[in-house]
Design a protein around this ligand. Structure first.
Ligand SMILES: C[S@@+](CC[C@H](N)C(=O)[O-])C[C@H]1O[C@@H](n2cnc3c(N)ncnc32)[C@H](O)[C@@H]1O
Length: 268
């Protein structure tokens, strides 16, 4: 398995869960699947989005796939604890999904393309298992869309380190802005992309905890050792940058980040 910038630690599993709980309503709370359809969720990880989707759509069936057996085990346990009986978990690779051609009505992909060395190849492989006329929903971030107040050079540098580490592993933390061309180039029809901006200030305490601290800063903080070991930054500047991000999540600060949600069709 190729390296994955965020890793598979318990801390990262918790971060994914905080991220999904905070953002699901904003990013895809309006997504309702028709009765009886079968949805493939590709790159489900520990099942944080799965739980939201499956609970909100009991009329649909979900097959949630990831390449990590460890993440799938955690996802299965959590779904069982919630009594979700419309989800099946399956180990598999996005580049070679272990399913028959055209067997899914819809595809759902969230925070995954940014980690793929060949996102267009991944989308093409997924398109093959989608029925003609079926839809894909893809949600990705774009770290270039992040800004905050106060914003310091050290804070900005920590975020750039994450972007650089992800790029070194073949990913693209700036992929949100590329969703529209990627969907078209992968053979999907009528792509449409909408930005979903998250703005946080002191009057939105839920977003300060759920997004600024537990999603964004936690994500950046998670690559400290890699960034320093690879000589991208020194420990002093890193720690200052994290303190500066925390200040921007404080009473006088603000945070802004844009996610991109793409929808497209499998041609008939
Ligand atoms: C940031 S996590 C997102 C997990 C989940 N979608 C969520 O939003 O909580 C990215 C996931 O993509 C998975 N992944 C990366 N490349 C993959 C591939 N080629 N095939 C299947 N899963 C892959 C990783 O194992 C990881 O669980």
């Amino acid at each position: 398995m190729s390296a994955y910038v965020h890793g598979y630690s318990n801390r990262e599993a918790r971060r994914l869960s905080d991220q999904a709980e905070t953002l699901a309503g904003i990013l895809y709370g309006d997504l309702q699947y028709p009765k009886g359809v079968v949805v493939l969720e590709a790159g489900c990880g520990t099942g944080c989005q799965t739980r939201v989707l499956a609970a909100a759509n009991p009329q649909a069936r979900f097959v949630s796939m990831d390449r990590s057996a460890h993440s799938l085990e955690l996802a299965k346990q959590a779904a069982a604890e919630l009594g979700l009986n419309n989800v099946q978990f399956q180990q598999g690779d996005i580049y070679a999904p272990p399913f028959a051609e055209g067997c899914f009505d819809h595809l759902f992909v969230c925070f995954v393309l940014e980690h793929l060395p060949d996102p267009m190849g991944g989308l093409r492989s997924l398109r093959r298992v989608l029925k003609p006329g079926g839809t894909i929903t893809v949600i990705e971030g774009d770290h270039g869309s992040f800004y905050c107040h106060p914003e310091t050079a050290a804070a900005r540098r920590t975020v750039e380190c994450l972007t650089q580490l992800q790029a070194a592993l073949g990913g693209d933390a700036l992929i949100g802005r590329r969703l529209y061309p990627l969907l078209g180039q992968a053979g999907f029809a009528r792509p449409r992309v909408e930005p979903r901006m998250i703005y946080v200030d002191h009057s939105r305490p839920g977003l300060i905890e759920g997004f600024s601290r537990n999603t964004f800063i936690a994500m950046v903080r998670g690559v400290r050792d890699q960034a320093i070991a690879q000589g991208l930054i020194d420990a002093f500047t890193w720690d200052q940058g994290i303190r500066d991000l925390e200040q921007a999540a404080g009473p006088e600060g603000t945070f802004c980040y844009t996610f991109f949600r793409g929808e497209a069709w499998c041609p008939d």
